[in-house]
Design a protein around this ligand. Sequence first.
Ligand code: IMP
Ligand code: MG
Length: 182
Amino acid sequence: MNQMEQDVKKILFSKEEIQARIEELGKQISEDYKDAKSLLVIGILKGSCVFFADLIRQISLPIEIEFMSVSSYQDSSISSGEVKITKDVNTSVTLKHVLFVEDIIDTGFTMSKVMEMFCERGAASVKLCSLLSKPDRRKVEIPIDYLGFTIPDEFVIGYGLDFAEKYRNLPYVGVLDEKVYL
Ligand code: IMP
Ligand code: MG
């Protein structure tokens, strides 16, 4: 067991389970957008980076990709409720079909703000794909068009998700042991 694995209380989704689900999501997305003239897939840094890299390789359409940085959680496991764009996309989104890729929807504040902004920028459509969702924590209603897994209200790490910037490189999604932050 390595240093990171000692801080994992329980593995929720193995890398095989995650890959199988991503294959299904990729197929669904490819089918849904097959008649669209263009698709711009935007990854929300840094949490979605691992999911994003695997997901786009399961989409069988000629997509464009971009990345955005949005600050929500600082070094804590409690949401600030504030959303700030720290790195924007480098392209116009007017009349483009936009699909956001996020690691987890918790309160829903981050993505509802970002998606609202992209509607105002004149995107042809704005949809959301998230690896995980914690519905028990939701503060604003937000439709998740493509969802990997629903999880209970526990702090999770791995497969891109961090606690204080660590554990992103774990190959699976696991629950963080409380001993790390209590
Ligand atoms: P929301 O605006 O509350 O939906 O926050 C979403 C963001 O909070 C995600 O992009 C994550 O960066 C972070 N987050 C929420 N829950 C967790 C968790 O259990 N582990 C790691 N990051 C989380
Ligand atoms: Mg994030």
